[in-house]
Each structure stands twice: as C-alpha cells, then as structure tokens.
Design a protein around this ligand. Structure first.
Ligand code: MN
Length: 713
C-alpha cells in the first residue's frame, strides 16, 4: 500500500503547489474513519481509497481529485457526513465525494445488458463533474484488481459484467485506453477464465517458438525509419488477451488464424513525420488491404489520433503498425487526463482558467456521433435534458427532465398509465405527479377500475402520456355525447308520437355534414346541431305542432333503468354529460333549469341565475328539469358564502368547527378584504341540499362574531 508521504510526494512531483497539509489531513481522516473495517482480501479498508488515489496520481490529477479519492467511501461507509467533509476539506471536495457516493448507488443487473448504453448515459448524467467519473473509474479499477478476493461468485460475475458493459466503454469514451485495456482484461479473466488461460498459454508458446521475433522486428523497423531523424521510437507488443478473444468471437476464427497478434508503434516528433514513416513502411512492405486507417485527419470521437496500417512485415509476419506523435501517444494512453496535464503545464493563467482543457475535451466529445451530447465548463451536461429511472425489475427508462411518475407509468405501457392508482418511488408511496430524479426506482400501482382523469393532462410532460390521456378522455366524452344526442332525438319522436327509427335518422347524416350516425349524435349531444333540426328534416309535417321544444323535456322518459334512478335530476336520461354551473351553485331544493350548451352537455343553473338572460332568445336550449326527491345523499354541492366577521383570535377555528358540526365542510376560503376590525371572507361550503345549507347558515349566524352572512351571487 502506498504510504502517506509517498502519495504526497507523487502529487508534489507534478503539482508543486498542491496543498500538502490538506493531502495529509485527508489521508489521516480516511484511516481514522474507516478504522478497523476490512476488505475481503483481509487488508484494512483504508488501503482501498489510498490505492485509488494512487491510480489517479498516475494520471496527474488535481489536488481536489486526489483528496476526494481518499475520502470517496467515507460518506457511504462511515459516519462522516457531507457537512463534516465540507467543514474539513471545503465545498469542492465535499461535492465531489457526494457525487461519487451517488454514483456508487447505481447497480446494473446482468440480464439487462441490452440497456448498457442507457446505463452509460445514466452514469455520465449523474457524474456532473467529470472528475467524479475519473474517480469512479479508478475506484472500479482497484476493485477489479482485487476482485478475486471476493468470495461470492455471483457478485464477481455481476461486477465483471458491469465493468465490461459500462465502465470500460466509458473509459474508452474518455480516451483512457490504458484504463480501458486493464478493465477489459480483468473482467475477461473473471467472466471467461478458461478462454483467458488458453489465450495466455498460447501467447507464451508462440513467444518461445518465435524466440526474440518481436525484438528483431523492432530492430528492423527502427532501421527502416531512421532517416526521419532523432527522437523516433519503435515499440513492439502483443495484442491483449481480451482483444484477441473479441476478434476470435467477432470473426468466428481460431487463434491460429489470428496472424497479427503482434503490434508495433512508431512514435515520431511531428505530424509530418507520421506520414513520412507511413510512406516508408508502405513502400517497404506489402500492405494488407483494408487495414489502413487515418485517425490523424479524422480523430476518433474520444480524441484518439494515429495512423494504422497492416503489412506483411520483415519476417513474413502479418503485423499491425501504429504511427503517432508523442502527444498523440499520451492522449491515447491517458485520455482526458493527458489533456489536463498538457494544458496545465502549458497554461500560466490563474486559477479558474485551468479547466480550459476540459472544454476542449468536451468539444471533442461533443463532435462525436451523437448530436445530443453537449457539454460545457467542467460540468458534464451531457444528457442533462434526460433522466433515467428503473422499474423494480431493473429495466431502465429514459425520460425528459421534469418528467413525473405518471409519465414513467405511461413510458412503461399506456395501459399501465391509464390504470395507475399510485406510485412508489424508491419504496415510498408518492403522489403520481412527483417529479422524478435520476436513478429513481419507480413502481407503478395499478387498478383495473382506475381511469385517466382530465387533471392528469395538466402535469404530465411526455407526449406519449398526454396523447394517451387525451385519447381516453375524448373517447369517454364521445360516448356520453352519443347517448345524449340520441336521447334528445328520441324524446322528440316521442313528443310527436312517431316511432323512433334509427335507420331514418341515419339517412340524414350527410345533410348535417357528418359521416356516421354516431357523429351526428355527438353533434346533437354537444349542442352543435339542434335535435329539432334533425327531426323536422325527416318529419316537416310535424313542425306546426311545436310549441316549445322545452315542453318535450317536461315528460320523463318512459324507460327508466337503474342508472336513471340514481341520477339526481328528473327529466334527463342516464349517461348524459351534465355539470352544475359555477355562477349560481345550484343545490338540491333550489328551482333549476337545464341549458343545452355548446360542447359541454347540459348546464344546470338555479332558476333565478342572472346568467340565464344570455339564453333568452334561444328557447330550444332550455330544459325544464327538477331534482329527484330521492336524489342520492352522497353527493355534495359547493355553495359560496360571504361573511363579515370581527377579527379576533381563533375565529377561523371556531367557524371551521361550526361548519363541520353542521355536517358540512369548507372546500375553499379566501379573505376578500379587511377594514378596521372587520374581515370579509368568501367561503365555499359543501352541502347536500337547500335544507342542509340553511342549517349551516343558521349555525354560522349564531356565532357572536359573525356580523353578516349572505350567499354569494
Ligand atoms: Mn470505493
């Protein structure tokens, strides 16, 4: 394990201004907080954060990153809180530690590999600061290096799988090839131990058989490119076990058929030298077609640059040659971190500017294939317009930012959304309109009897949910209007003692520019076509007998079904769309009239409502209706009362108790004004009928501090 002074020395070697005292404190803090905790290897737990910090020093990362690495498991696994860390090490470090802690809560499940790309996006989205991701990668690397100590096979496999699916590709995306290579080989060894072993022994065998072949090729290539000048290096290496295996898998070939297991690198001073070296190699050795790639003129999205070519080498071996400059080489190995180091050393600017490298790197990422990736400053704002949430089974759904739990339900399936009655977020019951956070686990509770409510449309944000809710409500309304329209026409037939004949009505559908009978019923139900227009179109001879259309509705329909009995109002058929108007708040017991409105079915008004003036010249809209004496007693109606009261302590409490003692309920209360010692209140109470309302009014008037009380007009 890295000792305290060694770690500090390493950081000082590339950042002489680093806060030595802070590093020492962080080291001691980690040792103290993790106390006697042990790793599965038997090592003291604090060896882990120290090793993670050590890995990050290889990437020459900044002070805050190294301190965070030392503290990265303290929030999760020890008593240390965000506040503790903020107090001791500042907000930057505390925020970074919190970021790593949040990230460690994401766990994949092996059967959901198809969603790997979504998981990678989730990790990126949750990282926010790119340093969080770098620490997470180093954390994962150390855990992979020590994975063989883990006793549970299932866990080993899950972690290795996750590394291969999520973290190695992320390292690659950040251009950290060295990290990616090691993660891949460690995971491969865990997941396919037999394949790993056989490739290793095969490589050993070839090495013995070929003697110093690699060395001899390096020697020859060095001579070949000597004319370029000084500072040219040639390296030889074998391909890594995982990439050999991948190739065998991908191309379905045996180990023997993989010829270019040897790869060579030529590192030269300038870009021009790269093409010069390429010219030499391609002139001297036969090229293998299809193996030439120019990543210098077209870098990979992670910033990787090199020339690749495949040739039949000096000893008739197929070899791969990569040609690059020193700087390209650094970037290829260290990725993000190389940018950091490079810019850090180049830049003499003051603090705050030092993260310019980040922007440049992010530009590179930004130019990658996905146009939705955009980043700025040190924040990874990639995917910040998206969030990612899980089902209890671990399926991942991506939703727009600000999506609610109900949007999630609709994202799973429109049926699930339609029947959603409740939501559990991370195991807790929450309102369906709750805005989801990245990584939330969302369980949708459904019931077959639940249907979408028009309310829902107001808070969902996804087009899918909106469309599904609208579709449902439209269908629902349509059904109601069809019934209403048909009933209105039927009533006219009855009034004129003509047998209702639906075929007959259907024959005039086109006269009203409708295409189906139901469409015509909807028009009538919505009040856009008058039922009398339909009837007289068919029976013009009856027109003279009309006195007032209103009369028609005085009679009860003869057919009374069960639902009819339950309706509160006489003279209307069941299933019609009606609403109680808000201008006059009719209550059972009041004299009422119905008005056929445009698009909203029938509006019930009090007979003395001032709004009725509007319909004076449209008698055909009026329906004479009255309350059913035995109307259901469950339903309550709001009535607005205006009270003037004296301002005294606890008057509102007394009013509220009085109302509830009278068997009512206050549904809305506002103060309209205050003058001197008097307050005017507008209060909506729920009552069953006029009698009930009278009770409430009397009880309130009896209160000593109520100065006046009247129904609101
Ligand atoms: Mn850790």
């Amino acid at each position: 394990m890295l000792r305290q002074f060694e770690l500090v020395e390493r950081v000082k070697s590339y950042d002489p201004n680093a806060d030595e005292e802070g590093l020492n404190r962080a080291y001691v803090f980690a040792v103290k907080m993790h106390g006697s905790q042990k790793r599965e290897s038997g090592d003291p737990y604090f060896s882990h954060p120290v090793e993670v910090a050590g890995i990050l020093t290889e990437y020459k990362l900044d002070y805050a990153t190294i301190v965070t690495a030392l503290l990265h498991d303290t929030m999760e696994d020890t008593a240390a809180s965000y506040e503790d860390i903020e107090k001791l090490f500042g907000t930057e470090v505390a925020t970074l530690v919190q970021g790593v802690t949040k990230l460690s809560k994401i766990q994949t499940q092996s059967e959901h590999n198809k969603q790997a790309e979504n998981f990678r996006k989730l990790v990126l989205a949750m990282s926010e600061d790119i340093r969080v991701l770098l620490i997470k990668l180093a954390d994962r690397l150390h855990n992979m290096r020590t994975l063989h100590f883990c006793k549970k096979e299932e866990k080993r496999i899950r972690i290795a799988r996750e590394t291969l699916d999520i973290y190695a590709p992320l390292a690659e995306r950040l251009g950290m090839n060295k990290m990616k290579d090691e993660l891949e080989d460690l995971a491969f060894k865990q997941l396919h131990p037999d394949a790993y072993q056989s490739i290793i022994s095969r490589l050993n065998f070839l090495r013995e058989k070929g003697g110093d072949l690699t060395e001899r090729i390096v020697e020859q290539l060095t001579k070949d490119v000597a004319e370029i000048g000084e500072n040219v290096e040639v390296y030889g290496r074998e391909k890594r076990p995982y990439s050999i295996w991948r190739k065998m898998q991908r191309q379905n070939i045996s180990f023997e058929q993989i010829c270019d297991i040897m790869a060579f690198r030529i590192v030269v001073p300038t870009v021009a030298d790269c093409y010069h070296a390429l010219g030499i190699i391609n002139t001297k050795y036969p090229m293998i077609p299809g193996r030439y790639k120019d990543y210098i003129s077209t870098p990979k999205s992670n910033g990787y640059q090199s020339l690749h070519t495949g040739v039949i080498g000096p000893f008739r071996q197929r070899i791969e040659v990569q040609i690059r400059t020193e700087e390209m080489h650094e970037v290829a190995e260290l990725g993000v971190a190389a940018h950091w180091e490079y810019k850090q050393n180049m830049s003499t600017t003051v603090d705050g500017k030092k993260f310019r490298w980040m922007r440049e790197l992010l530009d590179l990422l930004n130019n990658s294939s996905n146009s939705d990736e955009f980043l700025e400053n040190t924040k990874i704002s990639m995917y910040n317009d998206q969030i990612f949430c899980f089902t209890p089974k671990g399926d991942l759904f991506s939703l727009p930012k600000d999506a609610t739990a109900l949007d999630f339900a609709y994202a799973v399936h429109s049926n699930i959304g339609d029947h959603c009655v409740g939501i559990k977020i991370n195991g807790e019951i929450k309102p369906v309109r709750t805005i989801l956070q990245n990584g939330d686990q969302v369980e949708v509770l459904t019931s077959k009897t639940q249907n979408p409510s028009p309310e829902w449309e107001r808070f969902v944000v996804t087009a899918k949910a909106k469309a599904a809710i609208r579709r449902f409500i439209r269908n629902e309304k349509r059904t109601q209007f069809i019934e209403l329209g048909k009933a209105l026409i039927q009533n006219l037939y009855k009034e004129h003692k003509v047998t209702f004949n639906e075929k007959e009505v259907e024959s005039v559908v086109q006269n009203f520019k409708q295409s189906t009978l139901d469409d015509l019923y909807v028009m009538v139900g919505e009040g856009l076509v008058l039922p009398s227009d339909v009837f007289y179109k068919l029976h013009s001879e009856k027109r003279s007998t009309l006195q007032r259309v209103v009369d028609i509705f005085k009679r009860k329909p003869t057919k009374i079904n069960k639902e009819e009995k339950e309706t509160l109002i006489k003279g209307l058929v069941s299933g019609i769309a009606l609403h109680y108007s808000r201008c006059c708040h009719p209550v059972p017991g009041d004299k009422i009239v119905g008005i056929v409105t445009t698009g909203k079915g029938i509006a019930i008004h009090r007979a003395d409502c001032v709004m009725l003036k509007k319909y004076k010249h449209e008698p055909e809209r009026w329906l004479d209706i009255e309350w059913n004496e035995n109307s259901g007693t469950d339903r309550v109606f709001p009535v607005s009362l205006v009270l003037t009261i004296m301002d005294k302590p606890s008057v509102l409490a007394t009013i509220s108790t009085t109302v509830s003692k009278a068997g009512s309920n206050i549904s809305h209360l506002v103060t309209r004004g205050k003058s001197g010692n008097f307050i005017e209140l507008v209060m909506d109470v729920d009552v069953k009928n006029t009698e009930h309302l009278e009770d409430v009014i009397v009880a309130l008037k009896a209160l000593p501090f109520v100065v006046s009380l009247k129904k609101d007009k």
